[in-house]
Design a protein around this ligand. Structure first.
Ligand SMILES: *[C@@H]1O[C@H](CO)[C@@H](O)[C@H](O)[C@H]1NC(C)=O
Ligand SMILES: *[C@@H]1O[C@H](CO)[C@@H](O)[C@H](O)[C@H]1NC(C)=O
Ligand SMILES: *[C@@H]1O[C@H](CO)[C@@H](O)[C@H](O)[C@H]1NC(C)=O
Length: 868
């Protein structure tokens, strides 16, 4: 008996040892070890975020518990990625520290998460504080709320790479600022992740023989971009849980080059010199190049611009992999950093030795006062003197780190919020106070069913306007009431503090250009008049809430554009106009209508867009004299639109919610490519005095998310709902609302769901396409559309899931045999983010091993140094 027990114990011990060495081997192979702390501050129990990472309570790491209290945020901003760790915080009323025991001789990522919100009646604008990590000053007089406002973000993540600590303890200290009365400090989340030594030395720009040692310094990550690619979430980053962002917001000028993605059969060959932890596959397998025309390429620089703080040294890391060309001297280019040559004649293939091998290069540059106006410029240009085969340049990834100064300091000043944003928020708060109830509420009670209060009034107005416009035969976007809030995404809104806002003078155009980051063109009124035959009525292609839309020809008649002219008599709209330019100029996607430029002269406010030769999706289904689209065309258009929306939701740094998804906002170009338009109601990021934006219901009746009505909280799932209505429109070939039908059929959303439940949806398929829809495809499509219309946003799929399901439906229609493979692939490792449940017991992410047993036991295991 005893022996049996003993052998049992031995067996267990052996298992544990085996398991931990396997864990270590796995950890080593991806370049990291399993020690890490992922802490939700102020939280009393562990929680899982939307990526499936587990966050642990913080109290056992507090060195002086008396100086702090846990607190819960009173408002949840819809753009928060997850309630964990943002909805709980630790608030410090006096200097206080966390103490973590960490392995020595090891670099660490430290990430601090801040969500500036009201915590137990504390005013978010009173939080001013300093943060230190051992001898390094990370932040000083930091205001999370000012920073968030300036960056138009709801929350802020600061990432540092700390040089190895001597003692084995890492003390993170929060100190409320003494310069402000009643100042307090807070933090929502802390991550400490062991990282490999990825920094050695960097070449000093302008002194190619001088190397700057990086290994003894701590760094702050300022930018980390997947150039020519998309946002990469922490869960897709080889265990180091870094986030990589799209580079388009930082591109300078209209010349953005072209993006490309590596073929599936190009193998990226990591090596001991460039191991996988340097950057994930997704970074190296997408790139931005200058474009196919050597003449054009010779005449411009592919340029990115970044806001930075002066008096620091910056490390700029370039990631390269040329998967397009394979020979030396085919593509040779110069790299400039802040107008100085960092590298002449860069030849990626010569560096890497072969096509599939990634390389990276580190350069250092010191930015002093006045130089470059607190900006860091990175530019690429073909090395014409080398006579390469192609005049071109390539970049796959870019990281910018700030080095601590000689005092061990990394802190910079708080950014200055754009006066325009401050002003627009104040205006919005004034203008959009909810109105009182009205007796017309009962008129549409039968339609809106159960919707209460002023929401009904709003919907009545929308409904009435909708019908009136219907009668006029013109299309209009109802309810363009709110300015959107810029998507300056962390860099571009600094110039406004210098210039005054005046929508009526042409003097602001340079200001607007700078808001747009030089990304869009400035047209003169003369050019616009010429393009539209002096605003001739024959050129009008649409009328919207903003004014008329004209077709025009620019550039000597070579390019067709859509010109949106605001009604000159309307005073309103100056801020909308400015914010629209600021935001739209930075969004570029195949399935979004691009803003080409603007004109602001003589009190005119004019926006110039891509011209969409085939008009709106709606007029090709049941409105107008066009032959109805085939089922396959409809499917492809829905897929294109889903891609555009998916990009708005996830491709940009912050979630952008369209808010007015409908068939008249899905436009078709000459090749029937779908483009989402009119994100004039879109909303990004935060509002520090939260309530005003969340309480005004916007959008078009017939497409409005019932949950948004009820709770008046906006999430991207409201777009998913509206898109579900679009899908049913495409299937059934009828408008979202048709008041001439019997009551139960007026709303397509209600009627389609009713029919789907009763199993007779097939009866309401558009007779024009009925014979074309295969039954498998129909089932998948209808099921997807139905899920989009779920009552609760939580039960609706993400736009990414919708997209996948529509592509699958197309496969089922075209190639039912391949469809099975596609489904299998999805079952395998290639699961989109949204598919990770919150199944805590099984998820392994971020290099930390998660158990569902006692958290303390896990910690002792996680922090046990492995003698690296
Ligand atoms: C940068 O350093 C210079 C010289 O030491 C100093 O005059 C200037 O005030 C500093 N600028 C900032 C923003 O700290
Ligand atoms: C590209 O940038 C470099 C460095 O700033 C500059 O010297 C050069 O004139 C630029 N070339 C073009 C074509 O703009
Ligand atoms: C950063 O701080 C460390 C420690 O104080 C110091 O040794 C190092 O020289 C500093 N780095 C720079 C670039 O001044």
């Amino acid at each position: 008996m005893k022996d049996e027990l003993r052998s049992h114990l031995w067996f267990h011990l052996v298992c544990i040892c085996l398991a931990s060495s396997i864990i270590r081997i796995l950890g080593k192979s991806s370049g990291i070890d399993s020690e890490s702390y992922v802490i939700a501050c102020g939280s009393s129990s562990r929680g899982t975020d939307s990526d499936g990472r587990v966050w642990w309570p913080d109290s056992k790491f507090l060195a002086s518990p008396a100086n702090s209290v846990p607190a819960a945020a009173q408002f949840q901003d819809p753009s928060l990625p997850s309630t964990v760790p943002y909805m709980s915080a630790r608030v410090f009323t006096a200097q206080s520290s966390y103490k973590f025991s960490v392995p020595s001789r090891t670099r660490l990522w430290l990430r601090l998460h801040f969500y500036p919100s009201a915590y137990s009646d504390l005013d978010p604008s009173n939080a001013y504080f300093a943060v230190t990590a051992n001898e390094f000053a990370l932040m000083n007089n930091f205001s999370a709320s000012i920073t968030a406002q300036a960056l138009t973000q709801a929350y802020i993540i600061r990432e540092f790479s700390l040089t190895p600590v001597g003692s084995g303890d890492l003390n993170i200290t929060f100190t409320p600022s003494t310069a402000h009365d009643g100042a307090y400090a807070f933090v929502n989340g802390i991550e400490i992740i062991r990282m490999p030594d990825m920094f050695e030395q960097a070449t000093m720009v302008g002194f190619s023989d001088q190397a700057v040692p990086v290994d003894g310094s701590s760094l702050q990550t300022l930018y980390r971009l997947n150039v020519g690619g998309q946002y990469i979430p922490p869960t897709n980053d080889s265990g180091l849980t870094r986030t990589w962002y799209d580079d388009t917001p930082y591109l300078f000028g209209a010349a953005a080059g072209v993006t490309s993605a590596a073929d599936k059969n190009v193998r990226v060959q990591y090596s001991p010199d460039v191991p996988e932890y340097i950057a994930p596959l997704d970074v190296y397998s997408t790139a931005r190049t200058m474009g196919p025309d050597p003449k054009v390429n010779q005449n411009y620089n592919l340029t990115w611009v970044f806001q930075i703080d002066v008096n620091f040294t910056y490390i700029v890391r370039f990631h390269f992999l040329d998967f397009l060309l394979g020979k030396v001297n085919q593509r040779v280019f110069d790299i400039f950093v802040n107008n100085q040559t960092a590298q002449a004649s860069a030849d990626v293939i010569a560096w890497s030795g072969s096509e599939g091998a990634p390389v990276y290069k580190d350069f250092a540059t010191y930015v002093s006062n006045g130089a470059g106006d607190e900006q860091l410029w990175v530019a690429l240009h073909p090395s014409v003197s080398m006579k390469p085969e192609y005049y071109d340049a390539i970049l796959n990834g870019l990281e910018i780190f700030k080095m601590n100064d000689s005092n061990g300091n990394l802190a910079g000043p708080n950014p200055v919020p754009s006066q325009m944003l401050v002003h627009a928020e104040a205006e919005a708060a004034k203008k959009f106070a909810p109105s009182g109830p009205s007796s017309t509420g009962q008129v549409i009670g039968g339609i809106a069913g159960g919707v209460l209060g002023f929401a009904i009034v709003v919907s009545v107005c929308l409904f009435v306007r909708h019908r009136r416009n219907e009668a006029n035969g013109t299309e209009s976007r109802v309810g363009k009431w709110l300015p959107l809030y810029g998507s300056s995404r962390a860099s571009t809104t600094t110039t406004t503090s210098k210039s005054t806002i005046s929508g009526k003078s042409s003097g602001t155009s340079s200001h607007l250009s700078s808001l747009a980051g030089g990304l869009c063109r400035h047209f003169s009124l003369f050019e616009i008049k010429h393009a539209t035959k002096n605003f001739d009525e024959s050129q009008v292609i649409g009328v919207g809430g903003f004014g008329k839309v004209y077709k025009g020809m620019i550039d000597g008649g070579s390019t067709a554009v859509a010109i949106k002219r605001s009604n000159p008599s309307s005073e309103q709209g100056v801020h909308e106009f400015q914010t629209e330019i600021e935001m739209l100029s930075k969004l570029r996607h195949k399935h979004l209508v691009s803003l080409i430029g603007f004109c602001e002269e003589d009190g005119e406010m004019i926006l110039v867009y891509d011209y969409m030769a085939n008009g709106t999706l709606r007029e090709h289904m049941y409105k107008g004299n066009n032959p109805p689209l085939s089922w396959k065309q409809r499917l492809e258009i829905c897929i294109g639109a889903a891609r555009g929306l998916h990009y708005l939701h996830t491709g940009a740094k912050y979630t952008i919610i369209h808010r007015d998804v409908k068939t008249t906002n899905i436009l078709l170009d000459e090749r029937w490519v779908a483009k989402v338009s009119d994100f004039g109601l879109s909303k990004t990021g935060p509002n520090l005095n939260q309530t005003h934006v969340s309480t005004v219901v916007k959008g078009s009746f017939g497409y409005l998310d019932p949950e948004y009505f009820r709770r008046q909280q906006l999430t991207e799932k409201s777009d998913v709902y509206s898109f579900g209505v679009v899908l049913f429109e495409a299937l059934c070939g009828r408008p979202a609302l048709n008041p001439s039908l019997p009551k139960e059929q007026v709303s397509l959303a209600d009627w389609a769901r009713h029919c789907h439940r009763k199993g007779n949806l097939e009866h309401i398929i558009d007779p024009h396409i009925k014979g074309q829809v295969s039954s498998e495809c129909y089932r998948k499509f209808a099921e997807t559309a139905e899920k989009c219309l779920a009552d609760r946003g939580l039960d609706r799929p993400s736009m990414g899931d919708v997209l996948w399901n529509l592509e699958f439906a197309l496969q089922l229609q075209e190639n039912p045999d391949d469809a099975a493979d596609l489904a299998a692939e999805r079952e395998g490792h290639d699961v989109p983010r949204s598919m990770f449940g919150t199944d805590e017991g099984t998820a392994v992410s971020g290099g930390e091993i998660q158990h569902d047993s006692n958290p303390n036991a896990v910690f002792s295991q996680l922090v046990n140094p492995s003698g690296r």
